[in-house]
Design a protein around this ligand. Structure first.
Ligand code: NAD
Length: 308
C-alpha cells in the first residue's frame, strides 16, 4: 500500500522551492536539496566562512526557502509552513532520500544532468519509493534508460505548472515501464491531497501543455515582430484583458525563465522528424541572445522586463 508522508525535492530553483512549498502547504515535510556552491559570496567571505561550512554548502536551498516569503503570489499558505522544508545539499544529504516516500527531480531542463542525478538517486533508493521528474518535456523513458527494472517501475513524470500552489494542472506521464498502479495512485494523490486537476500524458516531446504552449509563444513572438508590436502591447491584450488573471505572454516567460524556455523549445526541435514542425520550434536569435547576456527573467532580475 503506497503512501506519501515525507518527500525530497531536488533542485531549489524557480519550481523546486515552490513545489516544496506546496507539499509543506498540505502537511508533507520535505528535504530540499541543491548543488554545493563552488565559490563564496562577498557576504560569506566577510563572515569568515569557508566552502566546507554547512551554511555555505546549503546556501542554494536555504536562500530558495527565504525567497518563498518574498514571492508574489505567496507560495506558502502560512509563512511558518516553511519550517516543514529542510534545506540541504546533494553531497551531504542525498543518502537521506532513503527516509522519504517520494523524490521529485526538479533540476535544469537537460537530459544528461537528469540522467546522472537519477543514477545517483538509485544508489540510495529504497524499493517502493516513488521517484518523479518535473521535466517540461524530456523523455521519461530516456531519463531512466539503464536504471534497474524496479526503479523504472517506480518512476514517472509529474509536471507541475508555475506557480505550483496556484496552477491546477498536473501532467502525470508514465514511462513504458511505470507501474500502472503507481499512475493511479499518483493521479488520486495529486487530486485529493495536492488539489490538482490531473491529465495523464504520453511520453512524447513536451507532453501536451508545453507542446502546444511553446509553439504558441514562438508564434506570438514571430507575429509580434512581423506586426511591429511591442512586448507591452502584446502583454496588454494577452493578460487580464483575455481573462488570464495576472500573467500575460512575456510576463509569463519571465516567470518561467528564458533559459528554461529555450531548453523546452529545443527539446521538440531536436526530437521531431517533420521538418515543418522542426522549423516551428526554432528559438529566435533575439531570445537566445537574452540567455547569453544573462537575461533569464525574474530569477536574474532582467528578462523581457526589468524586475523592480
Ligand atoms: P531553475 O533554473 O530555476 O533551477 C534549477 C535548479 O537546479 C537550480 O537551483 C540549480 O542549482 C539546480 N541544478 C542545476 N543543475 C543541477 C545538477 N546537475 N544537479 C543538481 N541540481 C542542479 O529551473 P526551474 O525553472 O526550477 O526548472 C526545473 C525543472 O522544472 C526543469 O525540468 C523545468 O523544465 C521544469 N519546469 C519549469 C517550469 C518553470 O516555469 N520554470 C515549469 C514547469 C516545469
Amino acid at each position: 500500500m503506497r503512501h506519501i508522508r515525507k518527500a525530497a525535492v531536488i533542485g531549489s530553483g524557480v519550481m523546486g522551492a515552490a513545489i516544496a512549498a506546496h507539499l509543506a502547504n498540505v502537511g508533507i515535510p520535505c528535504l530540499l536539496l541543491d548543488l554545493v556552491p563552488t565559490s563564496l559570496t562577498a557576504e560569506e567571505e566577510r563572515r569568515g566562512l569557508t566552502l566546507d561550512h554547512p551554511a555555505v554548502r546549503n546556501r542554494l536551498a536555504t536562500q530558495a526557502i527565504a525567497r518563498l516569503h518574498k514571492a508574489s503570489p505567496a507560495p506558502l499558505y502560512r509563512p511558518e509552513f516553511a519550517q516543514r522544508i529542510q534545506p540541504g545539499n546533494l553531497e551531504d544529504d542525498l543518502a537521506k532520500i532513503a527516509e522519504v516516500d517520494w523524490v521529485i527531480e526538479v533540476i535544469v531542463e537537460s537530459l544528461e544532468p537528469k540522467r546522472q542525478l537519477l543514477e545517483r538517486i538509485e544508489q540510495y533508493w529504497r524499493p517502493g519509493t516513488i521517484v518523479s521528474s518535473n521535466t517540461s518535456g524530456i523523455s521519461i523513458n530516456e531519463m531512466v534508460a539503464g536504471r534497474s527494472d524496479a526503479f523504472r517501475r517506480n518512476f514517472l513524470g509529474t509536471h507541475f505548472f508555475n506557480p505550483p500552489r496556484y496552477m491546477k494542472l498536473l501532467e502525470v506521464i508514465p514511462g513504458s515501464d511505470t507501474d500502472p498502479e503507481l499512475v493511479d495512485f499518483m493521479a488520486d494523490f495529486a487530486t485529493r491531497r495536492l488539489g490538482k486537476g490531473v491529465v495523464i500524458a504520453k511520453d512524447t516531446p513536451n507532453f501536451i501543455a508545453n507542446r502546444i504552449g511553446t509553439y504558441g509563444l514562438l508564434v506570438t513572438f514571430e507575429e509580434m515582430q512581423k506586426g511591429g508590436f511591442s512586448i507591452e502591447e502584446v502583454d496588454a491584450v494577452t493578460g487580464p484583458a483575455l481573462g488570464r488573471p495576472r500573467s500575460a505572454t512575456f510576463r509569463t516567460l519571465d516567470l518561467v525563465g528564458i533559459d528554461t524556455f529555450v531548453h523546452v523549445a529545443y527539446n521538440v526541435h531536436a526530437h521531431v522528424s517533420d521538418p515543418v514542425e522542426q522549423q516551428a520550434f526554432i528559438v529566435p536569435d533575439a531570445i537566445r541572445s537574452m540567455v547569453e547576456r544573462g537575461w533569464l527573467g525574474e530569477k536574474s532580475g532582467q528578462g523581457f522586463y526589468k524586475k523592480v
